[in-house]
Ligand binder design. Structure first.
Ligand SMILES: *Cc1c(COP(=O)(O)O)cnc(C)c1O
Length: 736
């Protein structure tokens, strides 16, 4: 990949042009022209841009980073220019992780922003900066998940910039966010502002992520504390404060930077407090400074209707724990009493009169609500019938440039039929032309093999490491296999490998396929089909049922190994993150997803597998209802019938374990046959290619961003518009 560059141009000069500055500081990766263009767009008087709000954003550098790639290609290591040297070192060797995400919601936000950047859509994102990130996971076979603190420092992380105060460049820019005590006495939380740049693949555009950092000395101690950990749920008050740090920080942050967006897109309801502020602003403008005394309930409702015109809301889950409800009294201790009047009118909860329901607030105050798949739209309409009319669908997608492995990308690059797949993932529809192309099939298999080896090598080294650690630490290896000798322990990349990785949440049923170990072992032993099951994922520290699912996976390892005479190996990889995800979705032979229908609103990890031409095995939930294509792209199993009140329950008795696992075993034999019988194997490869052909053009975040553009109603330059129209034509999530 490196070198092979003509030396008639000066690498240092090219890189020097990647340094740009403005009143807030110096940035690296885009030219001055690009910086000015993006910033002018976001601050223009017409407000023709979008501010995207998300509690978490996942975009680690080790899975995708255009600036680092550029530096690697140009091969510049040392420079006489001090600033250049600093940035090159930082980007080439600096830390890779920005632990500001917990799972699918955050990764989706990151993928979405990357597509906005690639398509040059004027968006700024706002989130929080968590100095202790999300927790780090250790796993001990006797204890299960062990939570440890994540150490990272934004100061040394590439692509993160602390903004300076334009009036005094020696100081960081700070915003003030008012909080109130029970007597409406104002106290101020302070935040520094970090910018993370999500730079487009061609370095010609970027999306600024504005990350509010409240853990600074000028903030009161209680605020500093609650801003440290993503989804800190140590108390309800902490949760309330954290939501408010996000929601109430939006307008001050936009004002400090001059961002004028007329559209605010709420990625889930976490930041919805912003609408309270917008309603108050509107009332103040229309009723004067005494608005709090003057406003009638009708005035508040009228203001909400005005504010709603500027809000887009994406709802992400039918799971009740995902909907924010907060005790009125607790909220009363952080917000102004007028804010409670607004909540009383707009956020009441019929079921729980003592709670404010923030999902209701978000559903009420917006111009469009979108669910994240077609099935989820139906489910959301059933859950919230009073808003049914405005609930639409935009099915999720993933950023193809992030999730396609290097080996697969090299294969796609070789075939003219797939030319330009980087710019337009719709091109993957042409993979059908290659279905019977021998060269394509062979190259794809070879790339796959290399991805599988990458995964199995990682696992084998890990098992080895854990074995060594056993003698040095008190941690008991998370995998039973670590106790075995090398010959027995070592994973073979030729063995059929199933992958399952995501948050460990009850409805996702990580342990479903181990419901009946006898039957599972019997399938494997009677046919002599070896299988590896690779698992990874974290459970939220206060989710005890989720944690016990991890323990259960650890507990069955030895049992299944023995019952299957050593043919079935179950592996758990601790510390799930984007890097492990990428290795898994490209290296396994099938991607398993088995949520209880219809609780998985979309799911995105299976889409990452599709981009890598790996088939899915899934219950008919979320995106898979749209991606299954009568079995051309993989397999389905499990309950499929209607949706009633039991459907929304996570009560163990309603989770359908025995029904769905029995259904899985019936399908699983056939899958193994297809993989292992040489006369059937070509059909297996057909499914891989068809998953690439039928699903990759659709379930990518470029297409999703294009659908969002329709909701945003932005005025875009003709070239951008043309690109977006093209992507929109591929799929319409609303159409059945
Ligand atoms: C894609 C991804 C997820 C989401 O997985 P689902 O199957 O959609 O729940 C979670 N975590 C990481 C690290 C991911 O990359």
């Amino acid at each position: 990949m490196k070198k092979n560059f003509n030396t008639h141009f000066n690498h240092e000069e090219i890189i020097e042009k990647m340094i740009s500055t403005n009143q807030w500081g110096t940035f690296f990766g885009v030219s001055q022209q690009v910086l000015d263009r993006v910033w002018n767009n976001l601050t223009a008087a017409d407000g023709n841009s979008v501010t995207y709000i998300s509690m978490e954003i996942g975009a680690d550098r080790d899975v995708y980073h255009p600036i680092k790639n550029m530096l690697q290609v140009l091969d510049i290591d040392e420079s006489t220019n001090k600033i250049l040297n600093h940035y090159c070192k930082l980007f080439l060797y600096g830390p890779e992780k920005i632990p500001n995400y917990s799972g699918g919601l955050g990764i989706l936000a990151g993928d979405t922003l990357k597509s906005f950047a690639d398509l040059q859509i004027p968006v700024a994102a706002i989130s929080l900066l968590y100095r202790k990130g999300y927790f780090s996971q250790l796993v001990d076979s006797r204890i299960g998940q062990i939570v440890t603190v994540t150490e990272w420092s934004p100061e040394t992380t590439p692509s993160l910039y602390l903004l300076k105060d334009p009036a005094n460049h020696n100081l960081p820019l700070e915003i003030q966010v008012p909080f109130y005590d029970e007597n409406d006495q104002q106290i101020f939380a302070h935040a520094q502002i970090w910018i993370k740049m999500e730079v487009s693949n061609d370095l010609n555009f970027f999306i600024p992520e504005i990350l509010l950092d409240y853990s600074i000395p000028s903030s009161p101690a209680c605020i500093r504390e609650v801003g440290q950990h993503l989804y800190d749920s140590s108390s309800e008050r902490t949760k309330v404060l954290q939501r408010r740090l996000l929601g109430a920080g939006i307008i001050p942050a936009m004002e400090a930077l001059g961002i004028t967006s007329k559209t605010i897109h709420l990625n889930e309801q976490h930041g919805v407090v912003v609408v309270i502020q917008l309603i108050s602003q509107w009332l103040q403008e229309n009723l004067g400074d005494d608005y709090q005394n003057k406003a009638t309930d009708d005035d508040i409702i009228a203001a909400a209707e005005q504010v709603a015109k500027n809000i887009i809301f994406t709802i992400h889950t039918p799971v009740k724990a995902g909907h924010d409800r907060f005790d009125k009294q607790i909220f009363g201790k952080v917000g102004h009493s007028f804010c409670q009047r607004i909540l009383h009118i707009l956020a009441s909860d019929n079921e729980y009169p003592n709670l404010y329901n923030f999902t209701n607030l978000a559903l009420r105050v917006n111009r469009t609500t979108n669910s994240v798949s077609r099935l989820h739209k139906i489910v959301t309409q059933k859950q919230f019938p009073q808003y049914a009319e405005k609930i639409t669908a935009v099915t999720n997608g993933v950023h193809h440039l992030t999730w396609i492995s290097q080996a697969k990308a090299e294969v796609y690059n070789l075939f003219p039929e797939l030319k330009n797949w980087q710019q337009n993932p719709g091109i993957f529809a042409n993979a059908g032309i290659l279905l019977n192309n021998k060269k394509f099939r062979t190259y794809l298999e070879q790339a796959w093999r290399s991805d599988t080896e990458h995964l199995t090598n990682y696992i084998n080294n890990m098992l080895d490491e854990h074995r060594k650690q056993m003698h040095e630490t008190w941690i008991d290896p998370p995998n039973f296999l670590s106790h075995l000798d090398f010959e027995d322990r070592n994973l073979d990349p030729g063995v059929f490998t199933v992958g399952f990785a995501r948050r460990f949440s009850t409805y996702k049923r990580a342990d479903l396929i181990f419901e009946d170990l006898y039957t599972l072992a019997e399938i494997i032993v009677s046919n002599n089909y070896p299988v590896n099951f690779v698992f990874s994922g974290k459970a939220h520290p206060s989710d005890d049922p989720g944690k016990s699912l991890i323990k259960l996976i650890l507990d069955i390892q030895e049992d299944l190994y023995r019952k299957s005479h050593g043919l079935a190996k179950v592996i758990f990889i601790p510390g799930y993150d984007m890097k492990i995800a990428k290795m898994m979705v490209s290296g396994v032979h099938a991607w398993l997803n088995n949520p209880k229908r219809p609780l998985e609103a979309s799911g995105t990890s299976g889409m990452k597998a599709a981009l890598n031409a790996i088939p899915n095995i899934s219950t008919m939930d979320g995106w898979w209802v749209e991606g299954y294509h009568d079995g051309l792209t993989g397999w389905k199993f499990g309950y499929e019938s209607g949706i009633d009140q039991n459907s929304f329950s996570e009560d163990p008795s309603t989770l359908l374990y025995s029904e769905d696992s029995a259904s899985f075993y019936r399908v699983f034999v056939k899958i193994l046959e297809m993989y292992y019988k040489p006369e059937l194997y070509p059909q297996y490869l057909d499914k891989c290619i068809m998953n690439l052909k039928l699903n990759s053009p659709i379930f990518n975040s470029h297409r999703m961003a294009a659908e969002y553009c329709e909701r945003y109603k932005l005025k875009l330059p003709p070239r951008t518009n043309k690109k977006i129209n093209k992507l929109q034509k591929i799929y319409n999530s609303e159409q059945e």
